[in-house]
Design a protein around this ligand. Sequence first.
Ligand code: NAP
Length: 227
Amino acid sequence: MVLMIKHESFQPGIGVGTWAWGNRFLWNYNSLSDDSTLYTTFNTAISLGLNFFDTADSYGTGNLNGRSELLLGRFVSQLSQNQVQQLTLATKLAPFPWRFKHGYRKAFYSSKSRLQGHLARVQLHSSTARYAPYQEGFLIDALAQLVYDKHVNSLGISNVGPKGLGKIYRRLAMKGVRLASVQVQFSLLTYNQALQREMILVSRALGIEVLAYSPLALGILSLSSPS
Ligand SMILES: NC(=O)c1ccc[n+]([C@@H]2O[C@H](COP(=O)([O-])OP(=O)(O)OC[C@H]3O[C@@H](n4cnc5c(N)ncnc54)[C@H](OP(=O)(O)O)[C@@H]3O)[C@@H](O)[C@H]2O)c1
């Protein structure tokens, strides 16, 4: 699940996360037994009116890399054109060091192809500011170019703090590209609530949608409390 605070109204909404789709290590994914359940889950989400889906090019473990995008693309292709038009599919592209050198075109088109063309938003999966600050601007510029050239509608960032967020927002604004969303881990168990509150305030001031990932702390918050 992904909780959303939309920039137009700052009303909360719910999106669908697809991290578990193809992930053997953490989520015990098994293609034979899980794919039909995931398809049912996807259709249930659609029937409930959920229209935002979050995936990543790194989702799917080992040789299942890209599986989440692949399944999502497959499921979306079964919908009517009218239903597809209501959806926003967002992927996250990993900040691999070679992408700093070669850019994002190849990765972007691989993701778009797995998603059968239905890709509305690209997000930088995580900030590199802490370990390779010199790379971040290039990575952001490469993603911004995809928006600028109209290959994709919108751009987001993930795993960044409020200062980094402001910096990226300003860099993009100078290029005439709007930062649509920021995706951060945010649940009642998030250790630094003050920092997350600051994220929300900064995002609100800049008109950026907040996507709260792992809102149930990977399911821990859904366990019933001991009596
Ligand atoms: N940007 C990033 O770096 C990043 C990192 C992590 C996640 N994310 C995104 O955020 C999404 C959500 O993360 P998450 O999977 O950690 O989320 P979560 O919502 O905190 O946890 C999901 C877990 O909660 C369980 N659960 C129990 N009751 C539930 C209920 N009523 N509704 C929903 N789930 C319930 C699920 O069970 P089942 O197994 O039965 O579904 C699953 O095990 C991911 O899929 C991904 O798209 C992004």
